[in-house]
Every structure is written in structure tokens, then in C-alpha cells.
Design a protein around this ligand. Structure first.
Ligand code: ZN
Length: 150
């Protein structure tokens, strides 16, 4: 087993067991629901946006270990970031797990999120890993639509 793969498993186990920011922040002013019909993952992402900065973020819902861990790590990585930075992270994460543009993902920028590169090996799991991100984006855009992974 490669080092990254071991790291991937331990990070996912840890974040699934103890999800970070697993609550609705008091000052939340945006939210969106997401659903991954393939796996049954359901999630709601809450954002507190102020002056184009994600002041606070949280999530609720239930899903598989990967969807929960991905949501947990996502909240950690976008908290305190500007909306522009969050959009860049979204693109970077998407590239990492889907990798359809042919460009190498910027692992340094993604930090801990890099462990999800292991998801690429399991195409069915990609939708679990990206659900929280799509839901967060739809909360960010304020479209009020239910984010779907399809
Ligand atoms: Zn799932």
C-alpha cells in the first residue's frame, strides 16, 4: 500500500468518526441541500458569508464515510477563505478527484485535501467525495437548488 493510500484511509476514518463543523452555525445566512442518489448520501451545507469571506461553515446530514469525511475536510479548508479562494479550491478539488482537464492538481495548495486523490481509483466514490463541494457551491451561489451529483 502506498503512503498516500494509507494516509487517505486514516484521514477518512478519523473525519468520519469525528466530523468537524458538524452543526449549523448560528450566523449562517446561506444553505443548500445535496443528494447523491447513487449512494444515498444526504447533506446540508451552511455558510456564514460576510464581505465575500466564509466566516463560518458547517454541515449536517448522513452519508457514507467518504461523503462525511469529505464534507468535514471541506469545512476546514474553506473556513476563513474569500469566495474567490473557495472557488479556486473547488476547481482544484474537482480536478484532483475527477482529473479530466489533463492538468496536474496543485497538491500544495490543496493541503490535506490531497488525500482524496485516492478516490480516483474508485469512480463510484468520486460522487461521494464531491457531493459536499457541489452543495457548498450551490449555497455560495445562492441558487437554492438541490445539488445533485448526476
Ligand atoms: Zn457515498
Amino acid at each position: 500500500m502506498s503512503e498516500l493510500r494509507e494516509l487517505y484511509q486514516s484521514v477518512i476514518l478519523d473525519h468520519n468518526k469525528r466530523p468537524r463543523n458538524f452543526h449549523e452555525p448560528e450566523g449562517a445566512n446561506r444553505s443548500a441541500d445535496g443528494f447523491n442518489p447513487l449512494c444515498g448520501d444526504k447533506i446540508t451545507v451552511y455558510l456564514e458569508l460576510e464581505d465575500d469571506v466564509v466566516k463560518d461553515v458547517g454541515f449536517s446530514g448522513s452519508g457514507c464515510a467518504i461523503s462525511t469525511a469529505s464534507a468535514s475536510l471541506m469545512t476546514q479548508s474553506i473556513k476563513g477563505k474569500s469566495v474567490d479562494d473557495v472557488r479556486q479550491l473547488f476547481d482544484g478539488f474537482h480536478e484532483l478527484v475527477v482529473g479530466d482537464s489533463g492538468e496536474a492538481a496543485d497538491l500544495e495548495k490543496l493541503g490535506k485535501l490531497a488525500v482524496f486523490s485516492g478516490v480516483r481509483e474508485f469512480p463510484v466514490r468520486v460522487k461521494c467525495a464531491t457531493l459536499a463541494w457541489h452543495t457548498m457551491k450551490s449555497a455560495l451561489e445562492g441558487t437554492g437548488e438541490v445539488a445533485k451529483t448526476e
